[in-house]
Design a protein around this ligand. Structure first.
Ligand SMILES: [Fe+2]
Length: 342
């Protein structure tokens, strides 16, 4: 049965309330002032307090306010001779369940106490339910976040595995795709594209030459000049890469970016001769990063030309072959921001 704390400075009232409630099976403790009541609260759990308002020393209102704040599972009912609408308003505001006016009748007290205890139980159940619901939602959210992260990791792993597949056949360009991806990533960041978009550019960069898988290794690693037929064959690699990737539902337009990475803004690129903004910004970025990396690095048919030559090339062809903004940002990265080509 519920345990009730009765706080009243008048002994006969304390005793009467105690008798009424104990006869109904409640367990009661009596206190004649707030400090005594606080002590009892420390020693036992009370489901309910019945408190007077006007008492010598600390007022009942302050005591009730304190109790409700410190013991959220304890309910409160005021028992007072003070029949005043303003006080009643304050009492309701601080969360008291009922306001019994003295002199009270036995039945009135009984009903009020039963109602208060019932309402208290409902509110506790409600709170427990809400808290368990919130915890469930939080748990599920973090599970989802974890599995998203695992999927992202698996996706990146698959993309890197594809990149390695092409590169094992063509050792001269080993690492080329990753370096292009790193530079393209930096350009995207410098252009203040969203993190997600920049991530897409990087992923496309890592596999942009995937289509070279269909070109004989002898052509890829052939020293010296290549024939027109050989070059025509090499030019198929963006479309081959696109065909391999197009059915994968990446969160970014990876296949399109790969398809367009040799398009040039004056329409002189391949495979479709797209112009200007017909070419995805991601592909315009990748195009510049690809040229800079390729020129700066060693190739089977020529030694490395160096980063200065590469930057000279993109400056000269800025606005004809290459997107002017992308070129400006790339130059800034190398000349002012100390970007280093690995
Ligand atoms: Fe390429």
């Amino acid at each position: 049965m519920a345990r009730i704390l009765i706080v009243d400075d008048e002994e006969p009232i304390r005793q009467l309330l105690g008798q009424i409630l104990e006869r109904s099976g409640y367990e009661c403790s009596l206190a004649e002032n707030a400090p005594e009541a606080r002590e009892l609260l420390k020693q036992h759990n009370f489901e309910l307090i019945l408190s007077d308002i006007n008492m010598p020393g600390e007022s009942g209102l302050d005591f009730v306010r304190y109790t409700l704040a410190e013991y959220p599972n304890t309910a409160a009912v005021i028992v007072t001779a003070l029949d005043d609408p303003l006080t009643a308003e304050v009492v309701l505001e601080i969360g008291v369940y009922d306001y019994i006016i003295k002199p009270f009748g036995r039945n009135g007290v009984m009903i009020s106490v039963a109602n208060a205890l019932h309402r208290r139980q409902l509110e506790i159940d409600n709170r427990v339910y809400r808290e368990s619901l919130e915890k469930k939602v939080a748990d599920r959210t973090s599970e989802l976040r974890d599995s998203m992260q695992r999927l992202r990791k698996a996706l990146e792993g698959s993309i890197h595995a594809m990149a390695l597949t092409v590169e094992t056949r063509d050792p001269y360009t080993a690492g080329h795709q990753q370096r292009v991806a790193d530079l393209a990533f930096a350009i995207g960041k410098e252009l203040r594209l969203s993190d997600d978009r920049v991530q897409g550019i990087s992923m496309a960069g890592v596999i942009h030459d995937l289509g070279k898988i269909s070109i004989p290794a002898e052509i890829l690693s052939k020293p010296g000049k290549i024939t027109k037929i050989e070059f025509d064959l090499i030019k198929t690699h963006p479309r081959v890469g696109y065909d391999i990737l197009k059915s994968i539902e990446f969160p970014w337009p990876i296949a399109q970016i790969v398809l367009q990475h040799h398009e040039r803004i004056d329409g002189s690129g391949y495979p479709s001769g797209l112009r200007g903004e017909e070419i995805l910004l991601e592909a315009r970025i990748l195009g510049v990063a690809d040229v800079v990396e390729a020129m700066a690095s060693h190739r089977p048919y020529r030694p490395a030309l160096g980063i200065d030559k590469a930057l000279e090339e993109i400056s000269e062809k800025k606005g004809t072959l290459y997107d002017p903004d992308v070129v400006d940002v790339t130059l800034r990265l190398f000349n002012e921001k100390g970007f280093k080509h690995e």
